[in-house]
Design a protein. Structure first.
Lengths: 281, 252
């Protein structure tokens, strides 16, 4: 018996060693990628980089202001549409989980989540770009909104499902009408979770290139018009990184760095906000 | 002069095909403390939730018959109005976790969007918390979240929240079953004080509690109201064999 316990201990130490090793191993590529982007990109960042449009071939300097503004406008527009719609659908799914509509909605959300982003892009191309006759920021936003929807819906649903029924009963027993129960009790109590879903979905779509390729297309000039083609960070990285010019490569590295900082900041904000607004049940 | 506040007439409640409350007729007077007891699954909670129309919120739940509140059938009234008029305290304390103690007490006004001046709110909060025997303990931390309180304090906060709406009738659904003995006794002591201004209907599976706090007791068994009598009478000399069996512990 004594001897057996000895081998058991060795086995469990061995097993623990293996999982620690792999947990460590997966952080290595991530850190290498991050360091490489920082090394290549951080040196590009200066005021000129953030405030100017890209320079034409042959000229040095130039910046990515068109892509920064474009990404901001398109993501905000997408969020304005996707967040209310997604929250409403998420509330419905958590409130009426057993209805037929909920079943099919849930199924659609799962499928939508699995649709490759390029397919979303092509659908929007046929729905908006072709009928309107032009690439536009609007169609880019539409594609991004479709990408955001499943994340917002599921995170809202999952968060609200965790709230105890007793909370709803407490409000209903005070004679509070249903819509107020949802808006004043259920949503505020699940706010931290919903918010983290929203920021995650923004972080997700801000790096999407494929749905923008043939919707917003890209634009080497600064444009604020949503009916015209618009540049975005990932699209700028794509076009400039695949170009044959060193200056343009540097621009792409700088833009990658900015995108990285953006996503990282969003994630940190999410973590902080979730902790701050978490409602203790 | 005793006056009836709640009267059930041939009240039946169902969950789908499951007949949970069968033909209940009962008449409850103002300022009485009524205990409703019976074994698990006897329909006592369902009956209670029928009074303020919380029963029908469960999918598939239906009800037949009348429940008269001050002579008016609650099933002819707007459910939201009925629930605002009748207070309810649940098995587990359920203060709103996103609201402070202060806001929890006036939650009925806050969530319904009823405008009340700051001065009036202060009065309502102090009065309700005093009636719920909680004022002394929380008066210095009114703006802390209600969920920081102990279980017993939370339950009294929920009672204060019900009182704040100035109901005539307060329903208690096993209000002490999630509480420790000390908190239980503080809530029970409260029942005696609340009696002066309110009518209380308390569902309990605890016979001793029914005996301690109530004026009259209703005994439910298998969905039927078996016996409804003065508590003393019921515990010393029950008329129905089933009540006798229950009280003497032959089943529970």
């Amino acid at each position: 018996m004594e001897a057996k316990i000895g081998t058991r201990n060795i086995k469990s130490i061995f097993f623990k060693g293996i999982i620690v090793f792999f947990a460590f191993l997966i952080t290595v590529p991530l850190i290498i990628v991050l360091l490489y982007i920082i090394k290549q990109g951080a040196s590009q960042i200066n005021w000129r980089f953030l405030s100017h449009v890209p320079a034409p071939v042959g000229e040095t300097g130039g910046g990515i202001i068109n892509a920064l503004v474009g990404s901001f406008i398109m993501v905000m527009l997408a969020a304005v549409v996707a967040i209310p719609v997604g929250m409403a659908a998420g509330i419905y799914l958590s409130e009426n989980p057993r209805t037929r509509l909920a079943y099919y909605t849930g199924l659609c959300v799962d499928i939508l989540q699995g649709v490759p982003s390029i397919v979303v892009g092509i659908v929007v191309y046929f729905w908006l770009v072709k009928p309107l006759g032009t690439f536009s920021a609007l169609s880019g936003s539409a594609a991004l909104a479709i990408m955001m929807l499943p994340i917002v819906i599921r995170s809202t649903e999952q968060t609200l499902k965790l709230l105890p029924d007793s909370l709803k009963e407490a409000a209903l027993s005070l004679g509070v009408p249903y819509h107020r129960v949802i808006l004043k009790v259920i949503v505020p109590c699940g706010f931290a979770g919903i918010l983290s879903g929203i920021t995650l979905s923004i972080a997700r779509v801000i790096g999407e290139t494929a749905p923008l390729l043939f919707t917003a297309f890209g634009n080497p000039y600064l444009s604020g018009s949503i009916t015209k083609p618009m540049e975005s960070l990932p699209h700028l990285i794509f076009t400039y990184a695949t170009s044959p010019y060193d200056d343009w490569h540097n621009l792409a590295w700088g833009a990658s760095f900015i995108l990285l900082v953006f996503v990282l900041t969003l994630n940190i904000i999410t973590k902080v906000m979730t902790r701050k607004w978490k409602v203790q049940l | 002069m005793e006056s009836t506040i709640v009267r059930a007439e041939n009240y039946n409640a169902y969950f789908g095909d499951n007949h949970v409350v069968k033909d209940v007729n009962i008449s409850i007077n103002k300022n009485e403390v009524i205990a409703v007891m019976g074994p698990s699954g006897c329909g006592k909670t369902t009956f209670l939730r029928g009074i303020n129309r919380m029963h029908e919120l469960i999918p598939g739940a239906t009800a037949k018959g009348k429940i008269l509140l001050d002579g008016q059938n609650v099933y002819d009234m707007n459910a939201i109005y009925v629930r605002a008029k009748i207070g309810m305290v649940f098995q587990r304390p359920n203060p709103f976790p996103n609201l402070s103690i202060y806001e929890n007490v006036i939650a009925g006004y806050l969530l319904n969007g009823i405008k009340v001046s700051k001065a009036d709110k202060d009065v309502i909060v102090e009065k309700s918390l005093t009636s719920a025997a909680l004022w002394k303990e929380v008066k210095d931390s009114l703006h802390k979240k209600g969920t920081f309180l102990s279980g017993g304090q939370q339950q009294r906060l929920c009672i204060a929240r019900a009182i704040a709406m100035q109901p005539e009738l307060i329903l208690f659904d096993e209000p002490t079953s999630a509480l420790d003995p000390i908190s239980t006794s503080s809530v029970e002591a409260l029942f005696h004080e609340l009696k002066a201004n309110y009518t209380l209907i308390i569902v309990t599976h605890n016979m001793q509690q029914a005996a301690r706090v109530s004026d009259r007791t209703a005994f439910f068994y298998m969905g039927e109201l078996v016996e409804f009598d003065d508590t003393k009478q019921m515990f010393t000399n029950p008329t129905d064999q089933r009540t006798q069996n229950y009280i003497t512990g032959r089943f529970s």
